[in-house]
Ligand binder design. Structure first.
Ligand code: IPD
Ligand code: CA
Length: 265
């Protein structure tokens, strides 16, 4: 079985197991603080257990790096790492705001740039965004690409939740100049929408994004032809450590990137 098929099947199982849980009182059950630093909710733990049970069922030899469960070694001869954010957009999922997903990626080594496969499944409708290195990015069976021409409405994704005063000041001209700023509350799914051409830029300069939030989106954006850079406008890369926190700028092309960057203070 190809790695991409393993993470696709794990994602489908998560969809089946959580689709009726989102927005219920049961979704919020508190399991204490997870490895990523946030409170693990029942819906997070249910989704992670679904992935771990499946990987064990098929004896997939890997090390899982989960946002809640931490590092779980499923073999002493691992083929690589499964980077798991079983529910991205946990607050939306618990409240029932229909924008949350499951993000799974596979990396051969301890680096974002060694990710070979990624899946982001929209848990509100089962839509699956996926990519394998060198093979392109897809929404279900259809190839996706970042937006090519000047769009009818420019949609600018900016994650500014919890941003400090310095960052807000830097971003202020962007908020002023653009009439269609979006932040929907699940970074991985927003990256997938960007890769599909529904947003032209997606910026998160808070230095808060964990590896789990970005791993699958990283490959999907790149395979869809997007530019994905760090805060110094270098190609985004990092280790897979639990301590790592990232900022990034994704843009559909160089012109869009230059324009947005020139507008920041
Ligand atoms: C969160 C979402 C959110 C972003 C947070 C992430 P989680 O992931 O991606 O959009 O603003 O920084 O932590 O906690 O729901 O998995
Ligand atoms: Ca997350």
């Amino acid at each position: 079985m190809e790695v991409i098929d393993v993470i696709k099947e794990a994602s489908r199982r998560v969809y089946e197991n959580v689709k009726d849980l989102a927005g219920t009182d049961d979704a919020a059950g508190d399991f204490g603080r997870g490895a990523g630093g946030d409170i693990s909710r029942n819906i997070d733990v249910t989704a992670e257990k679904t992935v771990l049970d499946y990987l064990r069922e098929i004896n997939f030899e890997c090390i899982v790096l989960g946002e809640e469960c931490g590092r779980v070694e499923l073999s002493d001869k691992p083929k690589g790492f499964i980077i798991m954010d079983a529910i991205d957009g946990s607050a939306n999922a618990v409240r029932g705001v229909p924008f949350f997903c499951c993000s799974l990626a596979f990396a051969k080594e301890d680096k974002l740039s060694s990710i070979t496969d990624g899946v982001v499944i929209d848990l509100t409708n089962g839509n699956m965004y996926w990519a394998s290195k060198g093979k392109g990015a897809f929404l279900n069976e259809n190839k996706i690409k970042v937006h090519g021409e000047e769009p009818v409405y420019r949609i600018v994704g900016v994650n500014a939740s919890g941003a400090d005063a310095n960052l807000l000041e830097k971003l202020q001209p962007i908020f002023e100049k653009h009439n269609h700023i979006r932040h929907l509350g699940a970074n991985a799914l927003e990256m997938a929408l960007f890769a599909r051409g529904l947003m032209d830029v997606f910026i998160d300069l808070r230095k808060k994004i964990r590896i789990q939030d970005i791993a699958a989106g990283y490959l999907i954006v790149k395979e869809a032809g997007g530019l994905l850079l760090d805060e110094n406008l270098k190609p985004l890369d990092s280790d897979l450590s639990y301590k790592t926190r990232l900022s990034f700028v994704a843009a559909s092309n160089q012109k869009m990137l230059d324009e947005i960057m020139s507008q920041m203070k």
